[in-house]
Design a protein around this ligand. Structure first.
Ligand code: APR
Ligand code: PHB
Length: 389
């Protein structure tokens, strides 16, 4: 079997790249180790930058997002028990769309089915053959048999734990990492949001976030310890702790419904450089991870996909490899800016167990400056709505 691009992984990166390529006449096959149901069940952040929304439109998969997504023109930051609004519209004239990542995945799956492109789910033992310049292939197990696809290029869209990054020789890769000393305990609940916009909370007991998926579904988070277990957090304890961290007005609006999902996620910053090895191109979580503060994960995956899609179009239309040569450095410039923003948002909003008195004073000064300076708020807004591609 032969195709132009083999995409490993059917998460948002792989599906979006596949759809953009298919719509522009470039043949591709997606290989995914899990089932479609498993992929759809993963719960992740749901804030979409305008750039990522435009890309979904380019892929022909944006209609439902525009219909059902919630346009947010700001966020609130709660500090010292008071809420402060960051008005994106007034500061930078832009907004974001709140729309769950699982919904985006579903829309992309449907769009892919509509164009008749192939996705092989529940495949096993993917291995990449990268040794020969100009000739690549991917082997995998399907229905108990080993299969092989020849291709021009491989897109490694298989997330942080995938095999694509691990297929690059160690001496070629430089990895940069920070693991944070806390996690996020999140619940999903079928109750209206506490407030029309997201509330990011700095509190001495730890960070909290009131987010949402729709006018009737809330997503709520608490900073927790890395050794916490969800069994130790029945809903009543979750709501009690959240109420301690929220301002009285938000507590009054908190509906304590039964959670329909509960999980703990660790926080990590990670970047692997370069994002290309021969004919293999990494995109999304395969190459980098951001802590969720600022909701940049999906949006960064989208900008990688944009650069890679443009480079592949240039290659097939103009027979020029210039875009492919530039891919890694171009994508990484934007990756590091989003890494910086996510790290900074994390650092100003969380309680760090090891922090000294000086560190705590610095955090207070940072927040007091931010919330009293239009220039500083503009910088936050500019990054939150997304830096241009
Ligand atoms: N073979 C085939 N598929 C694999 C393999 C493998 N060896 N390893 C992992 N996968 C699949 C996973 O099952 C998953 O469906 O690759 C997919 C990777 O998807 P994500 O982890 O969602 O990564 P990505 O598509 O880059 O998404 C980026 O989604 O995970 C969030 O925070 C992330 O918001 C960001 C965005
Ligand atoms: C979410 O809704 O899950 C969410 C929103 C904003 C974030 C992180 C997560 O910064």
């Amino acid at each position: 079997m032969r195709t132009q691009v083999v995409i490993v992984g059917a998460g948002p990166s792989g599906l979006l790249l596949g759809q953009l390529l298919s719509v522009h006449g470039i043949a591709n096959v997606i290989l995914e180790q899990r089932s479609p149901e498993y992929v759809l069940d993963r719960i992740r952040a749901g804030v979409i930058e305008k750039w990522a929304a435009d890309l979904l439109d380019d892929a022909g998969a944006g209609a439902r997002m525009h219909r059902e997504g919630l346009v947010h023109q700001g966020i609130e930051i709660s500090f010292d028990g008071r809420r402060h609004r960051v008005d994106f519209d007034a500061l930078v004239g832009k907004s974001v769309i709140v729309y769950g990542q699982a919904e985006i995945t579903r829309d992309l799956m449907e769009a892919r089915a509509a164009v008749g492109a192939e996705t092989y789910y529940e495949i096993a033992d993917v291995s990449l053959q990268l040794d020969q310049p100009g000739r690549s292939s991917v082997r995998y197990g399907r229905h108990g048999r080993v299969q092989e696809i020849q291709c021009d290029f491989i897109a490694g869209c298989d997330g942080f734990h995938g095999i694509s990054r691990k297929s690059i020789p160690e001496h070629v890769l430089n990895c940069y990492e920070r693991v944070y000393p806390f996690g996020w305990l999140g619940i999903l609940v079928d109750q209206p949001p506490v407030s029309p916009e997201l509330i990011y909370v700095n509190h001495e007991r730890g960070f909290a976030l009131c987010s949402m998926r729709s006018p009737t579904r809330s997503r709520l988070y608490l900073q927790c310890r890395l050794d916490d277990h969800i069994e130790d957090w029945p809903d009543a304890r979750f709501y009690e702790e959240l109420s301690r961290r929220l301002d009285p007005h938000a507590v009054g609006a908190l509906h304590r419904g039964a959670s329909i999902e509960k999980s703990i996620a660790p926080l990590r910053s990670f970047v692997a450089e370069p994002m290309r090895y021969g004919n293999l191109f990494l995109a999304g979580d395969a190459a980098h991870i951001v802590p969720p503060t600022g909701a940049k994960g999906l949006n960064l995956a989208a900008s990688d996909v944009y650069y890679l899609w443009q480079a592949l179009l240039e290659y097939y239309r103009e027979r020029s490899a210039a875009g492919l040569e530039a891919y890694s450095s171009q994508a990484l410039r934007r990756v590091w800016k989003a890494e910086r923003f996510s790290w900074w948002m994390t650092s100003i909003l969380h309680c760090f167990p090891e922090s000294s008195g000086f560190d705590q004073k610095m955090q207070r000064a940072e927040l007091e400056y931010l919330l009293s300076s239009r220039a500083a708020m503009t910088a936050l807004a500019e990054n939150y709505v997304g830096l241009p591609y």
